[in-house]
Design a protein around this ligand. Structure first.
Ligand code: ADP
Ligand code: ADP
Length: 244
């Protein structure tokens, strides 16, 4: 039941000052229902791993190695197939809800977009599915919520909308890049509870990027530690962090 398997991933960025090796032989795997925390100091390559899995790297990046989703190789996959898989199979939530939400779309349009875009679903059906997803992430009165704009919502509610957008196509893997860093601690705890519930209810495999060891303790099964683009440690949470 391995959903995602990364092997020997090397990545170099072409920069004005030469080549920067951002990942060097990185490997990790994610099973259904497993939360893998990816930790490491700023610049260690955490976001680069996430972008590699999502297929969202710019042309300045050169990637080699293997990223398999349910046995299918993603490295070198043609862009269109990659785009479909990104929307349908692997959802992503970024750090900052304020910059991730499009201010000119209603909540309904925002959550519906992947369904319309990736599945060609008609807008009415997509809106129905979106309302269900907004309910699943614990937002009150989802049928009324679809007509409001992001600025009318709190940061925590906005992050729930982004999680709804990421799960609306029923992906099996969720990539979360510092999804609670912009939130206060109370809201952070609520979002972690929500993610844990979604993992259990849907059997999602999660890659959770964070620099917060409290968050790792709360949510991770497995911990991967990156240092300067290399995976320096990987194992069960208690083995890596020490028993609580
Ligand atoms: P982290 O998420 O752990 O902070 P990143 O994956 O963002 O680390 O970055 C890893 C390294 O790659 C850093 O040295 C960063 O400056 C560099 N880097 C990231 N993106 C690019 C890019 N598009 N072009 C050039 N260098 C980049
Ligand atoms: P493109 O690279 O052409 O923008 P993407 O695959 O990045 O295509 O996005 C496709 C559509 O899915 C976009 O309209 C985007 O707004 C929407 N979308 C928004 N959030 C997510 C998410 N977390 N996971 C998947 N799709 C998303």
């Amino acid at each position: 039941d391995i959903l995602l398997e990364i092997e020997n991933l090397d990545l170099a960025y072409d920069t004005p000052r030469g080549t920067l090796k951002a990942l060097d032989g990185v490997g990790m795997s994610i099973r259904a229902g497993e939360t893998v925390a990816v930790v490491g100091e700023s610049g260690s390559g955490k976001s680069t791993v996430a972008l590699s899995v999502m297929g969202l790297l710019g042309s300045e990046a050169t990637l080699s190695g293997s990223i398999r989703y349910q046995g299918r190789e993603l490295v070198g996959m043609p862009a269109e197939a990659r785009r479909l898989l990104r929307g349908r199979a692997i959802g992503m939530v970024f750090q900052d809800p304020f910059t991730s939400l499009n201010p000119s779309l209603t909540i309904g349009e925002q959550v519906s977009e992947p369904l319309v875009f990736h599945h060609g679903m008609d807008k009415r059906a997509a809106l129905e599915r979106s309302i269900a997803a907004l309910g699943e992430v614990g937002l009150p009165d989802p049928a009324a919520l679809v007509t409001v704009y992001p600025h009318q919502l709190s940061g925590g509610m906005q992050q729930r909308v982004l999680i709804a957008t990421a799960i609306v196509c029923d992906p099996k893997v969720l990539i979360l890049d510092e999804p609670t860093t912009a939130l206060d601690v109370t809201v952070e705890a609520q979002i972690l509870d929500l993610l844990d519930r979604l993992r259990r209810d849907r059997g999602l495999g999660m890659m959770f990027i964070t620099h917060n060891l409290g968050v790792v303790n709360r949510i991770a099964d497995t911990v991967c530690v990156l240092y300067a683009g290399r995976l320096i440690e990987r194992g069960a949470k208690n083995a890596v962090l020490g028993a609580p």
